[in-house]
Design a protein around this ligand. Structure first.
Ligand code: MG
Ligand code: MG
Length: 257
């Protein structure tokens, strides 16, 4: 069942989303060659806790850390560890925070120093695919309109769409109905209504979209080791469109990037 949030719930979701946004702001300058993903995770966890919130992913289905940090060919669910970032990496950081029982969820891919043109291309167009999906969020559109917009944009730019992993509703749980796939047909799926809260999160690849699970049973990476990017916002459906709860858009461009 897809829940419609009350005004009070949306206020709490806004606070949770804003804590996630601030956590991204806080960490982005610390992403440099030499820092470990575990150090980034600890900094983000302390930041979230300093805002009277808790990290949504810690313990969720047994996940051991506060954040998911995935490097290069890793798509999602990377476990923070003692691996150091190095010049030329791209790193996707997925952050969830829970405030008074309500969650925010946002992932962003960052570059580490100077990266290849191919990785720049992947990052830019994956972010743009998220924006294309967001443009479809308004009452009476359907989930399939979001999915189709993301897929069409990705395909037009020769990027692979990971199909096994999808966006989702957000509320009292970090993952609620409905699923929001990054591929699909227009005018299909649940109808969007004011007060629904969705996490939209394209995961695109430079090569094959096929994925495999690593030995740690969490980290998902591309089968062909091609790089992958991941951009995610939590949004609320409003009377005539949407509002991003986990960030700020200015002229169609995310402010923090
Ligand atoms: Mg996420
Ligand atoms: Mg999510």
């Amino acid at each position: 069942m897809i829940s419609i949030k009350s005004e009070y719930e949306i206020q709490l979701l806004k606070i949770a989303g804003n804590i996630v946004y601030q956590a991204h702001q806080y960490i982005k300058d610390k992403i440099k060659p030499g820092i470990t993903t575990k150090e980034l995770d600890s900094l983000i966890e302390s930041f979230i806790r300093s805002k009277d919130a808790t990290p949504s992913f810690k313990g969720f289905e047994g996940f051991p850390n506060a954040t998911c940090i995935s490097i290069n060919e890793e798509v999602v669910h990377g476990i923070p560890k003692n691996r150091k970032l190095k010049e030329g990496d791209i790193v996707s950081i997925d952050i969830g925070a829970c405030y008074k029982g309500y969650h925010g969820d946002s992932a962003w891919t960052y570059k580490v120093g100077k990266i290849t043109k191919e990785k720049e291309y992947l990052m830019y167009h994956t972010e743009q695919s998220l924006m294309k999906g967001l443009e479809q969020v308004k009452p009476n559109n359907r989930i399939g309109d979001i999915s189709n917009a993301i897929e069409e944009y990705a395909v037009a730019h020769n990027l692979g769409v990971v199909k096994e992993l999808v966006g989702h509703g957000v509320g009292n749980s970090i993952h609620e109905d409905p699923d929001v796939p990054n591929y699909g047909k227009k005018n299909t799926g649940p109808i969007l209504k004011e007060g629904m809260v969705l996490a939209i999160e394209p995961m695109l690849t430079l090569g094959s979209p096929e994925i495999v699970m690593k030995e740690d049973n969490w980290t998902i990476e591309t089968e062909d080791y091609s790089p992958s990017a991941h951009y995610e916002h939590t949004v609320v459906v409003t009377k005539d469109g949407y509002k991003i709860l986990t960030g700020v858009l200015e002229n169609g461009k995310e402010r923090h990037n």
